[in-house]
Ligand binder design. Structure first.
Ligand SMILES: Nc1nc2c(ncn2[C@@H]2O[C@H](COP(=O)(O)OP(=O)(O)OP(=O)(O)O)[C@@H](O)[C@H]2O)c(=O)[nH]1
Ligand SMILES: [Mg+2]
Length: 468
């Protein structure tokens, strides 16, 4: 996909799902142009490919915990199959589509859609498991027309059981957890521990553990309606949390819910109690799911400023490197000129014939030119090797290409002009933040008008607004 195609596709999707971000693409385009001029990006690269535009929410957990049922309920549509046996054997990536019918596409489709952060996921899967090159075996894509999926991506996963603890699934899960903005780990109240829970603990929880402090992992005990018969919810929750804490998970968020349309609770008093608990916890889960979408929008805009500053910082560094390159070359040339000059002069003193003398000088000159290019390529290689930042290295290599006059290396970089352009981009990105603030404030108002007494708790992330 060329950068131009990517801009267009992103704009097309944003227009449908998150229109407030459409104009941000043009900002990225300008940023790309500056970076390309300096050489920090190749012609076929764009900063839009290094950031996820849609937040990823993954639903993981034990088999039959009710992951797919939860997703169907959330979307308000029966998108995923459900059942009491292990149903899903693949990861299903769910995204928005305006078509009424649910479209299922093979996993390779993910590579061609700029919404997904799985940048070249096929390559990733090849790395994960060279035997199982077929990405379609592990992943499928479903496009669904539901308001709630707009601007986000959900992943439903195969349940973890003994058969599924194959290396590839575990490694894909790890990859997905790393990429996700939010991870919901489902257990079910029928088997809070040990049995199925033990395997899950050993694998899934181990994978999610390193993210425990980041507020990104939510532990969800599902199907708590099944506790109604014995009325032992607190006991079950206690056992579940103890099992988690034995694995070192003490700080994560714990929720207890059930799927109202699937539950049958006979005792009305217990039903009311369980429903109260479920409503509260479910509201918090859904709020978190909305919040990552908002956070992601801010992050995308903030990234413009980060990248602009990175470019600004790289210019003096690049200029310094190119200055050093020029000096090295001047010294090398002077030395070689002296050696070849003196050598040819010395050799010419042994011959009488003028034509032969000129022949020696010409030969010395040719040898000097050849040596010049050889030494130049060695100096470039040696200096490039020492540059840690790959973008800076790329820019350095661009400005020191063999056919470019080295005395002019980097002279064309107009720092002042670039700085002014980048500062303008930063200023514009701040006014976008303002736009986002306005949008979310009006969204909040809308919501609170819906339920006067239930003020949404989602906090706006702390952001700077235009400082001037
Ligand atoms: N009583 C009750 N049953 C539920 C609840 N959630 C799901 N179920 C049932 O539990 C079974 C498993 O649900 P699924 O949604 O298929 O579970 P899953 O986690 O997607 O399962 P796999 O994809 O096989 O790993 C189905 O028969 C659902 O009807 C719930 O909250 N309460
Ligand atoms: Mg399922």
């Amino acid at each position: 996909m060329t950068p131009q195609e990517r801009y267009e596709k992103l704009k097309e999707h944003l227009l449908e799902e998150n229109p407030v971000l459409v104009d941000v693409i043009d900002e990225y385009k300008e940023l790309d142009e500056v970076a390309k001029k300096i050489g920090l990006l190749d012609e076929n690269q764009t900063y839009t490919e290094f950031i996820s535009w849609w937040p990823l929410i993954s639903i993981l957990g034990t088999f039959s915990a009710g992951k797919s049922s939860f997703i169907n309920e959330y979307l308000g549509k029966k998108v995923q199959d459900t059942g009491n046996q292990a149903v899903d054997d693949k990861f299903t990536v769910i995204c928005y589509s305006k078509n009424d019918e649910v479209t299922t596409l093979p996993g390779v489709a993910l590579d061609a859609d700029p919404r997904f952060p799985f940048y070249n996921i096929s390559k990733e899967i090849e790395k994960i498991d060279p035997e199982e090159r077929n990405i379609n075996k592990f992943l499928q894509l479903k496009a669904v027309n539901s308001e709630r999926i707009k601007g986000k991506i959900l992943i439903d996963s195969p349940g973890f059981d003994a058969d599924f603890q194959r290396d590839a699934v575990l490694r894909i899960t790890k990859h997905i957890i790393d990429l996700s903005d939010l991870v919901l780990i489902f257990f079910d109240a029928r088997h809070p521990e040990p049995g199925a829970m033990r395997d899950t603990l050993n694998h899934l929880v181990e994978l999610a553990k390193k993210h425990s402090d980041s507020d990104k992992v939510l532990y969800v005990l599902n199907q708590i309606d099944t506790c109604a018969k014995e009325d032992n919810l607190e006991e079950i929750i206690g056992a579940w949390q103890r099992a988690l804490s034995q694995k070192g998970i003490v700080s994560g968020k714990f929720y207890a819910i059930y799927n109202e349309s699937l539950a049958k609770i006979d005792n009305p008093e217990i039903a009311e109690r369980l429903k109260k608990r479920k409503d509260e916890d479910l509201a918090q889960i859904t709020e978190k799911m909305e919040k990552v979408t908002i956070d992601r929008a801010y992050r995308i805009v903030k990234n413009i400023e980060t990248k602009a500053k990175e470019i600004m910082d790289s210019i003096p560094e690049l200029k310094k490197l190119l200055g050093k390159f020029r000096t090295n070359m001047l010294i090398a040339d002077a030395l070689m000129l002296a050696i070849f000059g003196a050598g040819s002069y010395f050799a010419s003193t042994f011959v009488e014939n003028t034509l032969l003398k000129y022949g020696i000088y010409a030969l010395a000159f040719i040898l000097f030119v050849l040596a010049h290019f050889r030494v130049r390529s060695l100096i470039v290689k040696h200096m490039a090797k020492k540059i840690d930042n790959e973008y800076l290295r790329k820019a350095f290599l661009k400005h020191t290409k063999w056919y470019k006059p080295y005395l002019l290396a980097g002279m064309g970089i107009d720092s002042q002009k670039i700085k002014a352009k980048l500062e303008k981009l930063i200023e514009d990105s701040r006014s976008f933040i303002q736009k986002l603030n306005d949008q979310f404030i009006s969204l909040k108002k809308e919501k609170s008008n819906f339920s006067q007494n239930q003020e949404p708790k989602a906090e706006l992330p702390e952001v700077q607004t235009a400082s001037k």
